[in-house]
Design a binder for this molecule. Structure first.
Ligand code: C5P
Length: 410
């Protein structure tokens, strides 16, 4: 981030206090930051605080003639390398999506020709409201990177998605956005390809408040989606319930249950490659009542009848629209390779990436994988999940390049 220039728009929400910490981190990373404080934002933090932390004047109004003469709001919006909206409130995102320019912040956002990163923070119901869902989709379609909020307890006392991601995570997203793109003369290895990735666990409801889940964090699948996008692919990431930010350039479809994931995978076809990393629940409850199950005082728990979920990977492998290359994952605790070889045949996948989850791989950041294909087993050393993702994406690119003419992967 050295010498990059950031324009930080601070919206009006309680999470605005975290913007102060973000300013400190941006300065520490060697970048210059100029803050714009909305009228709402000024109810939560002061221009003085942001000016002191950023060591730059803070802009608050469109009608400041002195600034207009010296700089002009158009110039202010364009001299930055990246525009960050943090916190991005529901109201601010609605006005951004509608193209309204009725204050300094929204005018700058409409005038800028630089990448925009929005970091939402709001009450869980406001985040899940159809209007906000629509506005976020509109913003993403028009090229704004909208981070996923964190899930947790909120200042208003409710629980769910809507918390501002921690400032360190926002800084990491900014760094990813500012990473130099490779020279245009080097064609990206997955340019023109559509890569479909599933990631995370699924939640199978027992009743309206309880569910069956597993320990998958989604990190490996998200890393693969990010690496495929960085390699130039159009990426659809079908994500189970996880709290990770969407990797830059990735189209994310959030689902909860295995059946929703199966439908989202079908809806995303056709694709050139499918990488099915999700830890899909094998079973769901036979029927989830609409009301919360209660103890009846008899001491006998209610029966929990399970039925099998669709096997998304096996179904995709039999589909007439089967992608040319289908990669499955196998999480095993014993006899890792033998089980994975059998799984490859049973499911009809081209490759199975097997990992030993007897340690703390699920939820952890490192992974040791074996890639099983028709030719045999390729065992990679233990490495961070990001590096595993890059290795898998490089292998995918090489395979597609080698089979471009006959369309049959090795
Ligand atoms: O059979 P198992 O769950 O171990 O297989 C793992 C692989 O199959 C993963 O690629 C996972 O995404 C996929 N899978 C699936 N649908 C299921 C179960 C697993 O797509 N119902």
């Amino acid at each position: 981030m050295l010498q990059k220039r950031i324009l930080l728009i601070v919206g009006g929400g309680i999470a605005a206090y975290k913007a102060c910490e973000l300013v400190r981190l941006i300065r520490k990373a060697g970048a210059d930051v100029t803050c714009v404080l909305t009228e709402g934002g000024a109810h939560f933090v002061t221009a003085m605080t942001l000016a002191a932390l950023s060591e730059n004047p803070v802009h608050t109004t469109l009608w400041d003639l002195k600034n207009e003469v010296e700089m002009g709001h158009i110039q202010l919006s364009r001299q930055a390398d990246l525009v960050v909206v943090c916190p991005a409130t529901a109201d601010l995102m609605a006005r951004m999506a509608a193209g309204i320019a009725d204050d300094l912040a929204t005018t700058l956002l409409l005038a800028t020709d630089k990448p925009v990163l929005a970091v939402p923070a709001m009450n869980v119901r406001m985040w899940q409201h159809a209007a906000t869902v629509r506005n976020v989709a509109t913003l993403r379609t028009s090229g704004v990177t909208v981070l996923e909020p964190d899930v947790g307890a909120m200042a208003c006392g409710e629980f769910g998605p809507g918390r501002l991601p921690e400032p360190e995570a926002v800084l990491a997203a900014m760094q990813a956005q500012l990473a130099p793109s490779p020279p245009a003369s080097l064609p990206l290895p997955l340019a023109g390809r559509h890569v479909l990735v599933t990631a995370g666990p699924t939640h199978e409801p027992i009743d309206p408040v309880r569910y069956i889940a597993n320990r998958s964090s989604g990190r490996q699948g998200f890393a693969i989606a990010g690496a495929a996008a960085a390699a130039g692919a159009r990426v659809t990431l079908v994500a189970g319930p996880v709290t990770l930010p969407t990797p830059p350039g990735v189209t994310r479809v959030d689902v909860e249950t295995a059946r929703e994931m199966a439908a989202a995978v079908q809806a995303a076809l056709p694709a050139d490659v499918a990488v099915m990393v999700a830890a899909v629940a094998d079973w769901r409850t036979a029927d989830a009542p609409a009301h919360k199950l209660k103890k009846d005082g008899s001491g006998t728990p209610p029966p929990l009848a399970l039925v099998e979920n669709p096997d998304i990977l096996a179904t995709l492998c039999r589909d007439p629209r089967r992608p040319a290359l289908v990669v499955g994952f196998a999480a095993e605790t014993d006899d890792v390779i033998a089980h994975a070889v059998a799984k490859r045949a049973r499911k009809g996948a081209d490759w199975i990436v097997a990992n030993d989850v007897s340690g703390d791989v699920m939820g952890g950041t490192a992974n040791t994988v074996h890639i099983i294909d028709a030719a045999g087993v390729d065992s990679l050393p233990e490495m961070p999940k990001d590096a595993v993702a890059q290795a898998i994406v490089a292998r995918i690119a090489a395979t597609l390049a080698a089979t471009i003419t006959n369309g049959t992967p090795a």
